[in-house]
Design a protein around this ligand. Structure first.
Ligand code: IPM
Ligand code: MG
Length: 371
């Protein structure tokens, strides 16, 4: 038995998590394990009612689980950034989920916008660092009468524009990216391990030609870690170039490892080449702690409760969850069942089908049961 926490969250989140649970329960029946779900009421509704994002108590309770199944957060009534930072990023950081694992795989029967590419051409994994870089939240804005703590900024801007920050028109803002040697090492090592189990090719994506301190160190660490994996071939790509290669030659990639912000950006591109955000799952992994599995799309508030949301990304995230807890066969069976629903055209309308969210979930659950 596996104890799993579930956070439906906002918008379409609860509907898609319900379908995910249905499919994972079916996988349990078929492969002889059971899932013991505990639901957490976290999200916009509670925030609006109580001003609470994540409580000490939430974190303490969630910390008792090895896995969290997460729907989506985001609500039109809350200013952008509050829920994202206060819930999603807070969970990733609190549980030190330093690997953001995002498979980019074109499933059988799915249309990709890339001409002449077929499933065997689009099958790689992005390992996004998930706790550092520009996401550390160190930054500030300075206006009239606010003291500039970073004297280097004051000097730079007084030379450049003659700014003395005496009026609000002269505001400046900054945000800092941070990488630690250990933070880079652990995620790069994870990516090498993964590449070793796959096609043995690892691409590091950075911008070391311009941001040479932060990503220069990233490259140094990558080169150090590579020594322990002689069987894995490696290459460096700059992030601007990699967006070009994802589109032109996705078949070149096996595992891609990248700092947090570039990982955020290139995985939306990855989602599109695998058929859209409705098909893109992610895992936030702490190999020794509490990990969290989620679709990478958001909460789509305007579709809330309409039964039109595509549950596939969430069900696929559930497959990643099963793999994470060690149920490899069940994880593969869930993915096969997703492929069957695609092949059989049992799809929501974003994929050209006419089925409801729960009908797609039920169909996939039945296919898992049949094996
Ligand atoms: C993602 C999202 C998040 C991120 C947002 C919602 C904070 O874009 O999971 O990719 O930037 O990581
Ligand atoms: Mg993103």
């Amino acid at each position: 038995m596996y104890k799993v926490a579930a956070i439906g969250g906002d918008g379409i989140g609860p509907e898609i998590i319900a379908e995910g649970k249905r499919v994972l329960d079916a996988a349990g029946d078929r492969f002889n394990f059971s899932l013991d779900w505990t639901d957490f009421d976290i999200g916009a509704e509670r925030y609006l009612a109580t001003s609470q994002l994540l409580t000490e108590d939430d974190l303490k309770e969630l910390g008792k689980f090895g896995a969290i199944y997460f729907g989506a957060i985001g609500d039109d009534r809350v200013k952008p950034g509050i829920l994202e930072k206060g819930i999603l990023l807070a969970l990733r950081f609190h549980f030190d989920q330093y690997v953001n694992l995002r498979p980019i795989k074109l499933l059988d029967g799915v249309a990709t916008p890339l001409a002449n590419k077929i499933p065997k051409d689009i099958d790689f994994v992005v390992v996004r660092e998930n706790t550092e870089d520009f996401y550390v939240g160190i930054g500030s804005r300075f206006r009239k009468s606010q003291k500039i703590e970073l004297s280097v900024l004051r000097e730079l801007y007084s030379v450049k524009f003659g700014l003395d920050i005496e009026s609000d028109a002269e505001e400046i803002a900054y945000q800092i990216g941070v990488i630690s040697r250990e933070g880079a090492r652990r995620v790069i090592a994870y990516a090498f391990d993964l590449a070793q189990r796959r096609r043995k090719k690892l691409t590091s994506v950075d911008k070391a030609n311009v941001l040479s301190d932060i990503y220069g160190m990233w490259r140094e660490v990558f080169t150090d870690v590579a020594q322990s994996y002689p069987a894995v071939s490696t290459e460096f790509n700059f992030v601007d170039a990699v967006t070009m290669w994802f589109v032109k030659n996705p078949e070149w990639f096996d595992v891609v490892v990248t700092p947090n912000m570039f990982g955020d950006i290139i995985t939306d591109l990855g989602a599109m080449i695998q058929g859209g955000l409705g098909l893109a799952p992610g895992g936030n992994i702490n190999p020794k702690g509490t990990s969290m599995f989620e679709p990478i799309h958001g909460s789509a508030p305007k579709y809330k409760g309409m039964g039109v949301a595509n549950p596939i990304a969430t069900i696929w995230a559930g497959s990643l969850l099963l793999e994470h807890v060690g149920e490899r066969e069940a994880a593969a069976a869930v993915l096969r069942a997703i492929e069957r629903s695609i092949r059989d055209g049992v799809l929501t309308r974003d994929m050209g089908g006419h089925y409801r969210t729960d009908q797609v979930g039920e169909y996939i659950a039945q296919s898992v049961r049949k094996g």
